[in-house]
Design a protein around this ligand. Sequence first.
Ligand SMILES: NC(=O)c1ccc[n+]([C@@H]2O[C@H](COP(=O)([O-])OP(=O)(O)OC[C@H]3O[C@@H](n4cnc5c(N)ncnc54)[C@H](OP(=O)(O)O)[C@@H]3O)[C@@H](O)[C@H]2O)c1
Length: 159
Amino acid sequence: MMKLIAIVCADEKNGIGKNNDLLFSLPTDMKFFRQTTKGHTVIMGERTLASLPGGKPLKNRDNIVLSPSLKGEGFTVVSDLDALFALLNAREGDAYVMGGAMTYASLLPYTSEVLLTRVQADGEAEVFFPALDDFILESESAPVTENGYTFTFCKYVRK
Ligand SMILES: NC(=O)c1ccc[n+]([C@@H]2O[C@H](COP(=O)([O-])OP(=O)(O)OC[C@H]3O[C@@H](n4cnc5c(N)ncnc54)[C@H](OP(=O)(O)O)[C@@H]3O)[C@@H](O)[C@H]2O)c1
């Protein structure tokens, strides 16, 4: 069974997106995302796939997309959580849950760790990451300031 790790960038209110886009443009966070997920499985919802450049899956990663109906190349579609877990059960290693809001909410009960980039700002989000009540903050990086925003890399683990 693969280990599920959520990876997300959230503002101080747990906001993660608006207009089917991210709230902030933070190159250092993007680099962290790329380096962390490279060579691994990533799991995303249909709308997050649509929000990627060209609506295309991510290179150098095994892309799994949750969608009732989507078809496409370069990724595996699963239509519900049963189909997803059938896939994950047959594999080992880390699978990164990369959003969006619906996908995080569906999978958080099965997630062992959350890698959350916390931005000290209100991005006036329309969609949010779920409450982290079942998790504790294990570590937090020194603050980074970029494009006028200050953020830290936080690791939450299940209580
Ligand atoms: N800040 C970040 O780190 C971050 C990361 C990723 C995305 N985002 C943002 O999040 C927003 C998108 O989030 P979203 O909630 O609208 O979309 P989403 O989770 O990316 O995609 C929703 C789609 O996935 C399908 N889906 C989700 N869970 C499912 C399940 N358990 N079973 C079957 N299908 C499932 C839904 O199917 P149905 O059609 O059946 O409902 C729906 O079509 C955007 O603003 C994006 O930029 C932010």
